[in-house]
Design a protein around this ligand. Structure first.
Ligand code: 13P
Length: 248
């Protein structure tokens, strides 16, 4: 069976006690499924509790929602890769749409973050995606591939094994409006082709994100180009998330 990856991005939800309770309930509701792996991205303060609660499940990894590229220093409010790793993170999201468009993160900054993660032996889950006006102007692939090239500049050798991509069209995030499976598959094909041009030695997982829920997850992952999903809102309800993960 084709491997699938299910990632939960909790964004700015679930404080430590709630995150731990979620993790414990999730463990009670699910067991590992062959060929499926899971990521949880809790808020930074809930990272360690979630990682500790889930550490008995080898199919589950926990990551940070963002990292700074410097390993330490006077960067009030930021989380470095060593800090995240010390709390149990095996990787991090980089360049999420909200980091780019709410907090003004640049393409170049995403590249530095990816380098910091890969250099420390962690996984970088790089998010790319176009805004609505860019889609309507026919720029979807140009925008996504530009973000991809900037984010992955300088990646070489074995570090490719720790690169995961998420295609998240900005207009689909939190809006209830998602790309059709065929639309997603088309962008995923363009991303795979660009990854090969950039020197990725084999296929890397490309996830789809943006208003994924129990009603559309299976149709998305049925596309051979869609290697899994990155889910915000629908990952906050433990029964619902367990259902999405279990069903595929
Ligand atoms: P929603 O699933 O809430 O649309 O969020 C998607 C997302 O941004 C995941 O990173």
């Amino acid at each position: 069976m084709r491997p699938l990856l299910y990632a939960a991005n909790w964004k700015m939800h679930l404080p430590p006690a709630e995150a731990r309770a979620f993790a414990e309930r999730f463990l009670a509701l699910t067991s590992p499924v062959s060929g499926r792996s899971l990521w949880f991205f809790p808020p930074a303060v809930s990272l360690e509790g979630t990682a500790v609660a889930l550490r008995g499940r080898p199919d589950i990894r926990v990551g940070a929602q963002d990292v700074h590229w410097e390993p330490k220093g006077a960067f009030t409010g930021a989380t470095s890769v060593p800090l995240a790793a010390g709390a149990g993170a095996a990787g991090a999201l980089v360049g999420h749409s909200e980091r780019r468009h709410v907090f003004g993160e640049t393409d170049a900054e995403t590249g530095r973050k990816v380098q910091a993660l890969l250099g420390a032996g962690l996984t970088a889950l790089l998010c790319v995606g176009e805004k609505l006006d860019q889609r309507e102007a026919g720029q979807t692939e140009a925008v996504c591939l530009r973000q991809l090239r900037a984010g992955l500049e300088g990646v070489t050798g074995g570090a490719w094994e720790r690169v995961v991509i998420a295609y998240e069209p900005v207009w689909a995030i939190g809006t209830g409006r998602n790309a059709t499976p065929e639309d997603a598959a088309q962008v995923h094909r363009a991303i795979q082709a660009e990854l090969a041009r950039l020197g990725a030695p084999g296929r890397r997982p490309v996830l789809y994100g943006g208003s994924v829920n129990a009603g559309n997850a299976a149709a998305l992952t049925a596309q051979p180009e869609v290697d899994g999903v990155l889910v915000g809102g629908a990952s906050l309800d433990v029964e619902g998330w367990a259902g999405i993960v279990g069903r595929g």
